[in-house]
Design a protein around this ligand. Structure first.
Ligand SMILES: [Zn+2]
Length: 359
């Protein structure tokens, strides 16, 4: 799959059959496993080697992202893709236990670490609990006129899939105790597919941020080369037009030159297309290792009030980041620290800004 600096902002959702981030994840996984991918607007046309088609239980030639083969969270195809992407990743299990957890001050924290739009919030109860997190280490390679590679790490809350910023840096300071194989407690969700796919997507986003300079450098070079190419062809055209006035030119020569001048714009467009090809950036992100952590946390039940509606929600205060964990948008799953409340029937929905704008 290919990304350019110009299209790395969040793409808005598509009517129900494919999530753009998942499509790009699928393209990445399939390409690495030997598939040939062609982007067709908001779908992928995929050609797969026989064994891969069999493993994924799809035809060898298949269109992903339409009604027949949707690509959404919870779709069986996505589960199989994730299994394919992550089957060789070593996973270690550990626990972070804390002798003392913060006891007070949460009423303030839920309003400083999180921002509530059109809502009043109040802590109604507090309890000590445990939550599971995953820190995923990924390797990325960006290929263009140059090559750049590196590692990114992301931390997520496994239950919600929210990206927990800072977790990937700070967890080691808490010296987790590791569980030996066969002694892993049952607190960890058995199906880690959704957590992993979320983590992979956050890793892709982290990679995009990491590569921002690389993208702009390729873009700068492309602009420079395109500009030079245009100038070259403009100069060439003027020169050739001037030469038409030469008195010794035969009719034949004049016709030939006029013809060549007419073809110049096409030739230039071809050159520019080649340049665009040359500076396109291909990014591959591969998961390399996962650490799953069982962490002592403070769980808060919080009452959210929006207009006349009320709702109880569960929030987590994370002792590793020393902050409230972010939430996820209840429509698109994006990680949010600014929460937009919307009325849905007689209920309250917690949304990201783009989803709150959509009717
Ligand atoms: Zn959303």
């Amino acid at each position: 799959m290919s990304d350019t600096g110009a299209n790395n902002e969040t793409v808005t959702g598509i009517a129900g059959t494919a999530d753009p981030e998942l499509l790009s994840f699928a393209a990445d996984v399939l390409e690495k496993s030997g598939g040939v991918i062609e982007q067709e607007g908001e779908r992928l046309l995929v050609l797969l080697p026989a064994h891969l088609a069999q493993a994924l239980d799809v035809p060898e030639e298949v269109r992903l992202g339409d009604e027949k083969m949707p690509l959404l969270y919870g779709s069986p195809l996505l589960d199989r893709l994730i299994a394919l992407a992550t089957r060789d990743i070593p996973v270690v299990y550990g626990q972070i236990e804390l002798p003392y957890l913060k006891k007070a001050g949460f009423d303030q924290l839920i309003e400083t670490d999180l921002t509530w739009v059109n809502a009043a919030v109040r802590v109604s109860s507090r309890a000590e609990a445990r939550a599971t997190y995953m820190v995923l280490v990924c390797h990325y390679v960006a290929l263009s006129d140059e090559r750049k590679e590196g590692l990114v790490q992301v931390g997520i809350h496994e239950g919600s899939g929210a990206a927990v910023e800072g977790l990937e840096e700070q967890w080691k300071d808490f010296h987790p105790v590791y569980f030996p194989a066969g002694r892993v407690p049952p607190h960890f969700p058995v199906h880690l597919d959704q957590a992993l796919s979320r983590a992979m997507i956050h890793a892709r986003e982290a990679t995009q941020r990491e590569l921002a300079d690389f993208f702009s450098s390729m873009e700068r070079r492309l602009h420079r080369d395109v500009k030079n190419t245009r100038e070259y062809y403009e100069a060439l055209k003027s020169e050739m037009e001037a030469s038409l006035a030469h008195p010794n030119l035969t009719d034949m020569q004049r016709r030939e030159r006029t013809e060549k001048i007419r073809e110049l714009p096409l030739e230039m467009e071809r050159k520019i297309r080649d340049l665009e090809q040359k500076y396109q950036v291909q990014v591959n992100v591969t998961a390399r290792a996962a650490t799953r952590l069982l962490v002592d946390v403070v769980q808060l039940m919080v009452e959210v009030k929006h207009r006349k509606l009320r709702r109880q929600i569960r929030l987590i205060w994370n002792p590793v980041t020393y902050r409230m964990d972010p939430l996820v948008c209840e429509r698109c799953g994006a990680t949010i620290t600014t929460i937009h409340l919307e009325e849905k029937g007689s209920e309250i929905e917690l949304l990201c800004f783009p989803c709150s704008r959509k009717k």
